[in-house]
Ligand binder design. Structure first.
Ligand SMILES: [Zn+2]
Length: 468
């Protein structure tokens, strides 16, 4: 197995990745709160951790990938009031729309997708453990976590304590310390669940700790999971609080490695709802295919901030077009496993094993495209060469999740169902005209298609078409 390096945002250095159990990786990524459609920040985080998932698999690891849905939250309750819908109606709708969006980005399915509402017993167990030890305490409005009981509190985010008091922790003045946060809230606005310590609902941080314990933890190991992931904004307070709760409630550290992706900026500003510059993924998907958006997001190094703009998106589309044009040149060739693989596969893997260095990986891909096009220009009928090129494309689509379609359907993006029916009808008429040796008619139909910006190619498998 090749060496794989990943930047740990807690230790603040690039580390050699070694899972706790050989060949097996347990990974948890904080999922969305389901009260609205996915925005570009959600898309980026999902693509980054999907890339990590794919790279781990390419290195031969068996990966258990868990991403939760936070389906109890103040924002969901507010939406219930605003729309007069039930909690379930809202969360089911947004869970389904999130899943459809992630599928259009070609993210691999998650192994487990736990819901907070299905993990209440695990949260109750966590909080009871902490109450028993006086690490949690009850106030009038909820159960709080006593951060002063954990001498390692702060080790995850390295935030100074004066900074902590400025964070968005609940502002109950009765708290033992301003850093303490709510594990359970009694103020429920009509959405509550029964526990031994009172009717209420969970605080956000305790959801992830409880779900990780329920679905992934093996208490014989020092850490509950190998990799914990999320956006850089989650490092504090969310991940700090998750880590502290788990450490104190289960006597086990939460994660061996912590990985965080950078922000998405729009017009030079960090994307946020309060600034009104939140950009829904579904709006971007009206103009561009999920594959182009994925390619674009992959071209920025995952730890850097991504400055979303349409010029770069267009440039990414042109790069992807170039890959598909090469793919078309080798279309219908079956890969031959006995041939020596081209060096580019190894170069791409080496780049990604170096803390997901996509810039280096795409530089190798550019070299591959130039090499392959030059070779094909000189030897257009070389089946072995074509088969080696197909092999690299298989590798690229497995590890990066791009270039997985047939080149013909890729170049048909943006054609409506009606247009498609019309084009296919014309192609059928042309085939009939050719059969009847009516070449004047078949030429006329080809011209008509060209005027619709459709080019056609007659192949052994029938007539193929694409948008020009
Ligand atoms: Zn979380």
């Amino acid at each position: 197995m090749a060496n794989m390096y990943i930047y740990d945002s807690v230790k603040k250095e690039k580390l050699l990745f070694t899972p706790q159990v050989p060949h097996q990786v347990k990974m948890y990524v904080c999922g969305p709160t389901v009260y609205d459609d996915a925005h570009l920040g959600h898309a980026r985080s999902a693509i980054v951790f999907d890339l990590l998932h794919r790279v781990l698999k390419a290195n031969g690891y068996e990966v258990t990938f868990v991403k939760n849905f936070t389906d109890i939250d103040d924002k969901i309750i507010k939406k219930m009031k605003d729309t007069n819908q039930s909690l379930e109606e809202i969360t089911t709708h947004y869970i389904n729309s999130y899943k459809a969006d992630m599928q259009s980005l070609n993210n691999l399915p998650n192994t487990i997708e736990p819901l907070a509402t299905n993990s209440l017993e695990a949260m109750e167990h966590l909080i009871e453990n902490l109450l028993k030890e006086d690490i949690a305490y009850k106030l009038e409005d909820g159960v709080y976590f006593d951060t002063s009981k954990d001498k390692n509190y702060g080790n995850i985010s390295h935030r100074a304590s004066d900074e902590n008091s400025l964070s968005r922790v609940e502002s109950n003045l009765e708290k033992r310390d301003s850093k303490d946060f709510a594990l359970w809230k009694y103020n429920t606005d009509g959405v509550s669940f029964h526990t031994h310590f009172g009717e209420g609902r969970p605080g956000w941080h305790c959801e992830c700790s409880a779900m990780i314990d329920k679905h992934l933890s093996d208490k014989s190991l020092p850490y509950a999971i190998d990799i914990h992931g999320g956006g850089a904004d989650l490092l504090f307070p969310h991940h700090e609080n998750e880590a502290s709760q788990s450490r104190m409630a289960y006597n086990q550290e939460l994660s061996k490695y912590w990985v965080h992706n950078g922000f998405v900026n729009i017009n030079g500003e960090k994307m946020s709802k309060s600034l009104g510059n939140s950009f829904f993924l579904k709006d971007a998907l009206k103009e561009y295919s999920g594959e182009v958006i994925r390619f674009y997001m992959l071209t920025t190094y995952y730890r850097a901030d991504l400055s979303f703009n349409t010029e770069d998106l267009e440039a990414s589309k042109r790069r992807l077009d170039k890959m598909y044009r090469l793919k078309k040149r080798v279309y219908d060739i079956v890969k031959n496993e006995t041939l020596k693989p081209l060096i580019y596969k190894q170069n791409i893997l080496d780049a990604l094993n170096d803390d997901l260095n996509t810039s280096k990986a795409f530089a190798s891909i550019d070299e591959f495209i130039n090499f392959a096009n030059d070779k094909l220009d000189n030897n257009p009928k070389d089946k072995n060469l074509k088969s080696q090129i197909v092999d690299v494309f298989h590798f690229i689509s497995d590890i990066l999740g791009i270039c997985f379609q047939s080149p013909y359907s890729y170049f048909q993006f943006g054609i409506t169902e009606n247009e498609k029916n019309k084009i296919e009808k014309l192609i059928l008429e042309r085939t009939e005209a050719k059969k009847g040796k009516n070449f004047a008619l078949s030429d006329k139909i080809r011209e008509e298609l060209n005027s619709m910006k459709i080019s056609i190619m007659d192949t052994a498998n029938g007539t193929l078409w694409e948008k020009i």
